[in-house]
Design a protein around this ligand. Structure first.
Ligand code: PLP
Length: 351
């Protein structure tokens, strides 16, 4: 057996700096834009990759009282931070074990089908949420099944639907709005909810009693109305591990996609595609050294990325660079969606 290293905890050369003040401000801005409705928060996928342990307490402090996860395994880490009754599970129960778990933990399942409604009632029932599918054709009870008597016996807190095209000006938006309104007349419920981040700025009619922003809490800007309102929350940082000089004509990285045209000073940075800094950033990404921009050169590899440090002679080994990761801009440059940019950030960051 190897001896256990005693007090020395390994340090990551990767950090994800979370601006909790921007997170707080984003939630409050989305709450204000939600008018008379309350604003909840989608914290599925470990708060879009940023980490529920930091995100959920910050949102709770801002005033958030409704949290949404997708999977049952996401409940425990969130329930350690907020009351179970403030959590709903969007996927609903797939098995009777899921229904039992919901009952035991006190969280609300979102019922998405007649089969889930029966599973929930057979397990003893109790408060739940309900998702009606108004056109996304993904999860949720179709409009044609709303008259089923199983639904009448559910104890529904929030009646949800979800918009397919809220980030565009699409005829789908008013169509889904009309169907959601109709569903509200047919299904007995406490509160009603339709809008994700983008849906919030479609207008008052879309607000109901509760909105469910996710992306924009974390700095995403899905519609023009949110430009200048939403602030960047996540700032990935990585350390320079090695600096070298290369001559004109020498190449950098796998497949030698970059060739120096003059004497250059290049840095090898401890971030790669295994950290979610995907290969689409090759020869295209930017990092910040102090206030100065330095370009990514050559292919991003699994654990490292090279940058041109010629213009910043003071930056050396051990220094930290901030990765340019303003979500709308990073999405435009990389071709990745703002959602993918957040949720692909890997496990090696210290958060
Ligand atoms: C993920 C999700 C949200 C949040 O959507 P954003 O576009 O990230 O704001 C809201 N509602 C449901 C049902 C979701 O699955």
């Amino acid at each position: 057996m190897l001896p256990e290293p005693r007090s020395a905890a390994a340090q990551s050369p990767l950090r994800l700096v979370l601006d909790t003040e921007a997170l707080n401000a984003n939630w409050r801005a989305l709450k204000a834009l939600s008018g008379g409705a309350k604003a909840g928060a989608a914290v599925k996928a470990d708060a879009y990759g940023l980490g529920v342990r930091a995100v959920v307490p910050a949102l709770r402090e801002a005033g958030c009282e409704d949290f949404f996860v997708a999977h049952w395994i996401e409940v425990a880490p969130v329930a350690a931070l907020v009351p179970a009754t403030s959590i709903a599970v969007l996927h609903g129960p797939l098995t009777s074990a899921d229904a039992q778990f919901a009952r035991a933990s006190g969280v609300r399942p979102v019922i998405n089908s007649l089969a889930q409604a029966r599973l929930w009632i057979e397990s003893g029932g109790g408060p739940c949420d309900f998702m009606v599918d108004t056109g996304i054709n993904r999860l949720g009870v179709p409009m044609s099944e709303l008259g089923d008597e199983t639904i009448a016996s559910l104890d529904i807190d929030v009646l949800h639907s979800h918009l397919a095209c809220a980030d565009e000006d699409s005829p789908m938006n008013p169509l889904q709005l009309a169907r959601w309104k109709e569903a509200r007349n047919h299904v007995r419920h406490g509160r009603a909810s339709l809008a994700n981040s983008a849906g919030i700025v479609l207008g008052t009619e879309y607000h109901g009693d509760l909105t469910r922003p996710g992306l924009s809490l974390y700095g995403g800007v899905p519609r023009g109305e949110l430009v200048g309102v939403i602030r960047q929350v996540a700032r990935p940082m990585a350390a320079v591990m090695q600096v070298r000089q290369i001559e004109s004509g020498e190449s950098v990285g796998y497949n030698a996609t970059f060739t120096a045209r003059n004497l250059m000073r290049i840095g090898t940075v401890a971030i790669g595609y295994a950290d979610g800094y995907l290969r689409c950033w090759s020869d295209r990404g930017t990092m910040f050294a102090g206030g100065k921009q330095v370009p990514v050169i050559g292919r991003v590899s699994m654990d490292m990325t090279m940058v041109d440090l010629t213009a910043v002679p003071a930056v050396g080994e051990g220094d930290w660079l901030e990765i340019a990761y303003d979500l709308p801009e990073a999405s435009r440059v990389s071709g990745l969606s703002q959602y993918e940019l957040l949720t692909s950030l890997g496990q090696r960051f210290s958060r």
